[in-house]
Design a protein. Structure first.
Ligand code: KIV
Length: 271
């Protein structure tokens, strides 16, 4: 708490201090105002406006079609709700690869139009020029290594990455490249726990894991998975804290029954 009794806002420096103190960092996705408000109230440190909105909100198979305009729309909705958490916004596929000027313009749009606090980009040495250019504008950058869903057509599957030594060695080198470039944190997605531990120990910036074992400096999950809103996605790393899929469809069923039977609305619910 600050001296004014308000919750202190989380910054990139806060995350650095948390790693230093050995305090775990919590991160969750949000894409809309109502859930972002609850997530922020729940005390999460970082809210990721993830391009997983492409799957979760838009029902697409991959994150590849996500547009910058849509990411900005989701980030605007989230930003209006959040008092405390650091808001990180995913840069969608095609807005930063291969053209650092384009990357900077895209990141500036996210900061100006959506009031984001930082951006996240997928990839290692191949996108470092874009990362460095974004950083020249004072925009904090979070990296993302391991399973990078925007490259699904290169990988061919969503299975665990960097199990083989060659890929693990590249991942360790990429993590160092991102740290040296100035990233403030790195997401490690779906890699062996021992590799995530090695990377987390080697870096001075925090790592945030998803399917990367317990030794990362923090953890992230997709909110809708944690809430059990859908059950068709069930990776081993996911812990469900609620079963909203059944609770919501039961509530909808009850409402339909009540309307059809004439029970709703009753006299107390009428003017
Ligand atoms: O888009 C997203 O939700 C992500 C997380 C899975 C880290 O990038």
């Amino acid at each position: 708490m600050s001296i004014h009794g308000k919750a202190r806002k989380v910054t990139t420096n806060t995350l650095q201090e948390m790693k230093h103190e050995g305090e775990k960092i919590t991160m969750l996705t949000a894409y809309d105002y109502s859930l972002a408000k609850l997530v922020d109230r729940g005390g999460v440190d970082v809210i990721l406006v993830g391009d997983s909105a492409s799957n979760v909100m838009a029902g697409r198979d991959t994150t590849v079609p996500m547009s910058l305009d849509h990411m900005i729309y989701h980030a605007q909705c989230v930003e209006r709700a959040v008092d405390r958490a650091l808001i990180v916004v995913d840069m969608p596929f095609g807005t930063y690869q291969g053209n650092s000027r384009n990357a900077l313009d895209s990141a500036i749009r996210i900061m100006k139009e959506a009031n984001g606090h930082a951006v996240k980009l997928e990839g290692g040495s191949e996108i470092v020029e874009s990362i460095e250019r974004i950083l020249t504008a004072g925009i904090p950058v979070m990296g993302h290594l391991g399973l990078t869903p925007q490259s699904i057509y290169k990988f061919g599957t969503y299975s665990v990455r960097a199990k083989e030594e060659k890929e693990a060695v590249k991942l360790i080198a990429d993590a160092k490249v991102l740290e040296d470039a100035g990233c403030f944190a790195i997401v490690l997605e779906k890699i062996p726990a021992h590799l995530a531990k090695q990377v987390s120990e080697a870096l001075s910036i925090p790592t945030i894991g998803i399917g990367a074992g317990p030794d990362c400096d923090g953890q992230v999950l997709v909110l809708h998975d944690l809430l059990g809103i859908t059950t068709d996605f069930s990776p081993r790393f996911l812990r469900r804290y609620l079963d909203l899929e059944n609770q919501i469809s039961d509530a909808v069923k009850s409402y339909c029954e009540d309307v059809r039977s004439g029970d709703f609305p009753n006299s107390d619910e009428s003017y």
